[in-house]
Design a binder for this molecule. Structure first.
Ligand code: 5GP
Length: 211
């Protein structure tokens, strides 16, 4: 049975473990990819252009906005981030599931424009643990860490807008839960391929159903 891929929106504050979770999901489930966003944020040690992000300057980012190249874009912590539209739609058409790691504003825009998308919010086990993770990550100075921690608290309050919530206390459990969501979403009746339904003569039974 052929299906289109699923668009999976994953949000959660910085330091909650989204990248680690995504890496495991991509390694464990075939045909799941992570969308690589464009950003004007400076590249961090250990990051590679085209892997974590496409790192571009403001001028190029604005040019891409004008060309309508983004499915959504937002300013996060003073930098611009955008999800490239075409690559993503091509992958979904090919039956590949695509994970978008976006902030709450980006998630809201995608939920509005792509109603079939499935949204997942990743929660930290506690605020204390989140603060400690942000501090030990060591990629940002104390002021940036404090700013991110304040923003994280405000962001967490938006978890109710998402279809699913995963608490990332134990990584193995979080992976299992995310995998289960993907598996279950694939067998939702609404995703049944119309061509397959018609080929197997199920359309008649559908139309006979009393509504
Ligand atoms: P970081 O710079 O730490 O990798 O990411 C900062 C924040 O930007 C995270 O909350 C991440 O989810 C968000 N982000 C990354 N890419 C995008 C994007 O394409 N669009 C939006 N709206 N947010 C993004």
């Amino acid at each position: 049975m052929s299906h289109s891929g699923i668009l999976l929106i994953l949000s959660g504050s910085s330091g909650v473990g989204k990248s680690t979770l995504c890496k495991h999901i991509i390694a464990s489930i075939p045909d799941v990819r992570l969308s690589v966003s464009y950003t004007t944020r400076p590249i961090r040690d250990g990051e590679t252009h085209g892997v974590e992000y496409w790192f571009i300057d403001q001028e190029e980012f604005r040019r891409m906005i004008a060309q309508d190249a983004f499915l959504e874009w937002a300013e996060v912590y003073g930098n611009l981030y955008g999800t490239p539209r075409q690559e993503l739609l091509t992958q979904i058409d090919k039956g590949i599931d695509v994970i978008l790691d976006v902030d709450v504003q980006g998630a809201r825009n995608v939920m509005k424009n792509m109603p079939d998308a499935v949204s997942v919010f990743l929660l930290p086990p506690s605020l204390e643990v989140l603060k400690a993770r942000l501090e030990t990550r060591g990629t940002d100075n104390a002021e940036v860490v404090e700013h991110r921690f304040q923003k994280a608290q405000a962001e967490i309050a938006n978890y109710v807008e998402y279809d699913y919530t995963i608490q990332n206390g134990c990584l193995e459990q979080a992976i299992k839960e995310f995998e289960s969501i993907i598996v279950a979403e694939h067998v939702r009746t609404k995703r049944l391929d119309r061509a397959w339904v018609l080929r197997h003569g199920l359309a008649r039974q559908e139309s006979n159903r009393v509504s």
